[in-house]
Design a protein around this ligand. Sequence first.
Ligand SMILES: C[S@@+](CC[C@H](N)C(=O)[O-])C[C@H]1O[C@@H](n2cnc3c(N)ncnc32)[C@H](O)[C@@H]1O
Length: 220
Amino acid sequence: MKRELKQTKDGSYTWFLPELQEHYHSVHGALQESSHVFIEAGLRHWWNLHGNQIPHILEVGLGSGLNLGLSLEEAHARQQSICYTALEPFPPEVSELALIQKDQHWAQTLPQPLYLNPGAWRKAHLLEFCWLQKSLTEWHQEGCSFDLIYFDAFAPEKQAELWTEEVFSMLYERAKPGAVWVSYCAKGAVKRALKAAGWHVEALPGPPGKREMTRAIKQA
Ligand SMILES: C[S@@+](CC[C@H](N)C(=O)[O-])C[C@H]1O[C@@H](n2cnc3c(N)ncnc32)[C@H](O)[C@@H]1O
């Protein structure tokens, strides 16, 4: 899969995927988008709700590792641990990762190489991490439940099969009571599918360049 490195408006980098005609992040600012959606509205919000507990985070679409890197930065700032499972069926090449992570503060504490031993748990300071080379639609992991879900799939126009009531119901089943789901996407059809799957849905102000984002809660 060919990925083209592009600079976004906040100076951070993303990839463009010609095959899908899609960017990995907002062209208005990759770093701003991830910080706003996944860290501010996701991880910080979860810690505000649940105090000093250790969240088990599920990321759908690990890609460059940006959301993991920012989560680890937050964990280091608070001296709190995180447990992180990431789905990524199409891991980028080591050389592509080296370019997108070059000189980026968020990449400093990432486990390296990022994509190693799929399915194995790796430990680092304040982190337990497992990468699964699996599609969300083919993932049948039993016995694991999640506190926080970073839903960072490509847009519904590009990957409609990942944004369905069926998928959101499956995630609801695997979410702990009080769990939080966050995404950059604010489409009405996605919010309706989440609600139909049982999630309590809120629209929040989006990152620069986007009016809204979505957060959903599994009410306890
Ligand atoms: C919008 S990008 C986000 C990437 C990543 N979070 C980042 O910050 O670089 C979507 C990611 O989902 C991955 N993906 C594509 N199909 C998937 C599937 N069926 N299940 C899980 N992830 C998928 C892509 O390979 C890509 O890395």
